[in-house]
Each structure stands twice: as structure tokens, then as C-alpha cells.
Design a protein around this ligand. Sequence first.
Ligand SMILES: [Ca+2]
Ligand SMILES: [Ca+2]
Length: 148
Amino acid sequence: MVQVEVLLTNSGPLTTSYSIYVEDNAWSTTPIPAQTPVLDPGASTTVIVTVQIAEGPGTATNAALLSTRSDLDGRTRGYATLTTKRRLLGDLNGDDVVDAADFAAFSDCLMGPDVAVAGGCEGADLDFDLDADLADFAVFQLSFGTPG
Ligand SMILES: [Ca+2]
Ligand SMILES: [Ca+2]
């Protein structure tokens, strides 16, 4: 799961709220709130967009089209593409290979069973139980060398 903060500004001349739509998304993508408060011209609000990244082997990307429609007339007022990417398991530096550089990063994050991962080390928790221990290392070993 990934969450993105989107800042919406009413750059039009009318006071209105906006409904937020998400289309073309292969992964579940949810804006909260789905409708902004009433915004005066020039006013802004923050929407949190949550993307549920599908599990699976290898890398994958999803591009969701976000659009806003004024609740005055339902017409589209703005749009943006939100692209999210699933990394290879163990690719801690995000370069699409699992290699010695990732091992160095993993080693720096290795703490032990039931010790919460430090900030920035979330990628080292490869079995998703919130620690970075030898069970995670076992998963890392299986990924090492991919896609090579
Ligand atoms: Ca890497
Ligand atoms: Ca773990």
C-alpha cells in the first residue's frame, strides 16, 4: 500500500466543492475524501490517495487517472496521472535489480526478531512482519540476482 498527498487548489472564479474520480487503475486506488469541502477561489485542500499495490513477482506499474469535477455543474476541472510501481522484493534502492548494493542496504537495516524496523528500512522487512531479521534475509537470498 502507498499513500500520496494531493494538494487541490480551486483556481477557478467560483466557490464550489469538487468530486474526485479515479479511472484506468489496475490497482485499487481510493481518494479520501472523495469530495472536497467547499473551496473559495484560491483555497486549497489535501486529499490522501491510497493505492493497494497488487502482490506478485517482478516489477509492475499502475497509472491511475485522477480527475476533479466541480459540484456546480459536474464538468471536469482538472486531472493528473498517478503512477505507482511495485518493486522487486529485496530491491531496496529501486534500480530494478537485487544485487550487492541492496545487500549493503539490507545489512544496515538488519536488527533482529521483533525489533521494529527503523525509518527508511521498511524495504528490508521482506516478510512483512515489521522487523528485519534472518527470516527476511532468507527471502532476500531467494531474490538475490533477479532479474539477472
Ligand atoms: Ca537494487
Ligand atoms: Ca520481517
